[in-house]
Design a protein around this ligand. Sequence first.
Ligand code: HEC
Length: 182
Amino acid sequence: MSEKARLHYIYDGIEEHDNRLPNWWLFILWTTIVFSAGYWFWYHIAELAPGQLGEYRGEAAEVAKRNADNKPASNEMLLALVKDPGTVGNGKAVFQANCASCHGAQGQGLIGPNLTDGFWLHGSKPMDIHKVVAEGVVAKGMPAWERTLGAERVRAAVAYVLTLKGTHAPGGKAPQGEPEQP
Ligand code: HEC
């Protein structure tokens, strides 16, 4: 206890002094404060790295994708793939390489119908879209893709098409078919 410590009060002969906190203690205090401010900024404001929730979502999507590879496609599975940025990214690449020539780079429609307008010739459910892409509508000029692309890339392309729904790409082809059922 330093000599300079100010006497705070005496009670029952017990003295309480106003001591200066030791430097090592202050160092830890200020370090944790600076760290928490940095942490808060990094994860919550600038979002430079995924937080706990982001990591959980990433892992959940990863698992959904792994399970999906071994199971027949379903509405739930395809909707889960829509939430996986990796799959949607692959689907976009598949779309640009194989589908854009007929459906346009934004899915706005060229030879094939507009995929962004909320109108569907063959239904808007994920499995309706999956069926058209996998089996095609060969008589109407839509090729069947399951054999050429394989199940995984067809699913990725369908996931990407599902993200185009309702984006109403500018300069789109006039609607064909029925409006999407809620
Ligand atoms: C050679 C041109 C062509 C290519 C390439 C093509 N499509 Fe199509 N697509 C069509 C045509 C034409 C139709 C409309 C079929 C009909 O009238 O029933 C269609 C229909 C569709 C539909 C149904 C739309 C609706 O309104 O129900 C989807 C979904 C679709 N295509 C996705 C794709 C995807 C994904 C790819 C790439 C893997 C692809 N298409 C490649 C020509 C093409």
